[in-house]
Design a protein around this ligand. Structure first.
Ligand SMILES: *Cc1c(COP(=O)(O)O)cnc(C)c1O
Length: 428
């Protein structure tokens, strides 16, 4: 495959956009090579500016559960566009989308829309702090919740669990309120609660997708629930990635644990910029204008974005076998990949829930961020480049989750396994 036009476009972009990209992971830094510039999507496929076609397992990092150019979403968006792009005043579409989400989840009485996952989580945390009148939060190493200040935190030095900034520009005065615990390790959470009596909330990706694909143990989530209850803290499920993807009800359709607040993004906008956070009425009513906790957005609940979200969600709700079909595809793929890797002696850890799947080049099962970091990223880079050459587009990092979409069929999956067999052989 030739990438000359992508390379040229990348050079031009680098002159005027830092790193040539508007979100760092797109730059292909951890797998080498230059990012592909995309001309268009078509169902399961991406087409780059050189005219190369790839089966796309990234799907815009999650939003496109039906694949690219879904006709129903397309039609709804075009219809909305013709009525005006934005009003800064309420529309019925917002209520309609809110109603359909609230009727799906018993623990969500009210929901507010924003324009990104980052905003959804940032706002949910402010609300949790406002509701509990406490300042500290607990998050987990390897979980990503967007790029707001309080959440760009890494383990501090020494044995303490208080975090330090993971990026310049984030004041340590802020991150000292974020305590870091280990995923799937309830003892580390208990330690955080011992270190602070000021915990407003625990925020967790119930199915972690941002350290690679790492589902929580059911018992871990249950124990988080009891710890939060015992200490008067709220439990927030960040379902920006898993929402409507892991199952119709996201992680809440997979696990029994009931969180106090839930954040959404990605699939909820069907490809348009939408985020949301919701929960019980008594919590949500603390939000401005009814309550004192301030939160706002000029383009929040944008009518075009709502139209895309509604068209996407309606299709998901109507199609009762959607997630069963998607999970069958994801499992077919990961089991095929694992078998072909095994054939040439490459250890591969795999997993899938609903339309989310992941694989680690790792000798041992991955339960947390430390385990994930022991993966062979050089092997991943070789796999990624080899698969691109074969026409399969995977997330450009070992520490990302991949997705199947409804536009994929078993033939594409089997071709992918065949191509992987070839690439694995070249890797040993
Ligand atoms: C993607 C993601 C976010 C951030 O969403 P953006 O729309 O990129 O701001 C937050 N939390 C999780 C779990 C995510 O996967």
């Amino acid at each position: 495959m030739q990438y000359t036009k992508s390379m040229k476009a990348y050079e031009k972009a680098r002159n005027v956009i830092p790193g040539g990209v508007d979100s760092p992971v797109r730059a292909f830094k951890s797998v080498g090579g230059t990012p592909l510039f995309i001309k268009k999507g078509e169902g399961a496929y991406l087409v780059d500016v050189d005219g190369n076609r790839y089966v796309d397992f990234v799907q815009s990092w999650g939003p496109l559960i039906f694949g690219h150019t879904n006709k129903v979403i397309e039609k709804a968006v075009i219809k909305a566009v013709k009525k005006g792009l934005s009003f800064g005043a309420p529309t019925k579409a917002e209520t309609k989308l809110a109603e359909s989400i609230c009727s799906l989840f018993e623990n969500i009485d009210k929901i507010r829309f924003v324009s990104s996952g980052t905003e959804a989580v940032m706002s949910a945390i402010r609300l949790a702090r406002g509701f509990t009148c406490k300042d500290d939060i607990i998050k987990f190493e390897g979980c990503y919740h967007g790029h707001s200040d309080s959440l760009l935190v890494q383990a501090g030095s020494g044995a303490v669990t208080f975090g330090s900034p993971s990026s310049p520009g984030v004041p340590a005065d802020l991150t000292k309120h974020t305590l870091l615990a280990k995923y799937n390790d309830i003892k580390s959470v208990k330690k955080c609660f011992e270190n602070s009596s000021n915990i407003a909330c625990v925020i967790v990706e119930p199915i972690a997708g941002n350290m690679g694909f790492v589902p929580a143990d059911a018992s871990f989530l249950e124990e988080l629930r009891s710890l939060c209850d015992a200490h008067g803290a709220l439990l927030i499920f960040d379902e920006v990635m898993s929402g409507f993807r892991a199952s119709l009800k996201g992680a809440q359709g997979v696990y029994k644990t009931v969180p106090d607040l839930v954040t959404f993004g990605k699939v909820i906008g069907g490809g348009m910029p939408v985020g949301a956070f919701g929960g019980r009425e008594e919590i949500m009513d603390k939000l401005s204008p009814d309550g004192p906790v301030y939160q706002a957005g000029t383009l929040s609940g944008n009518p075009v974005a709502m139209a895309a979200g509604l068209a996407s969600l309606e299709q998901i709700i109507e199609d009762e076998t959607l997630h069963v079909r998607l999970e069958a595809k994801a499992k077919r793929l990961i089991e095929g990949l694992k078998a072909e890797a095994q054939n040439v002696g490459i250890p591969l850890q795999v997993g899938a829930i609903g339309s989310m799947f992941g694989f680690f080049f790792n000798d041992n099962p991955v339960k947390n961020f430390d385990d994930a970091l022991k993966s062979d990223t050089k092997r991943f880079a070789a796999f990624h480049q080899g698969m691109l050459q074969e026409g399969f587009y995977f997330a450009c990092s070992q520490f990302e989750t991949s997705f199947v979409c409804d536009a994929m069929d078993d033939e594409m999956i089997d071709e992918c396994i065949e191509a992987a067999a070839k690439v694995f052989k070249e890797m040993v």
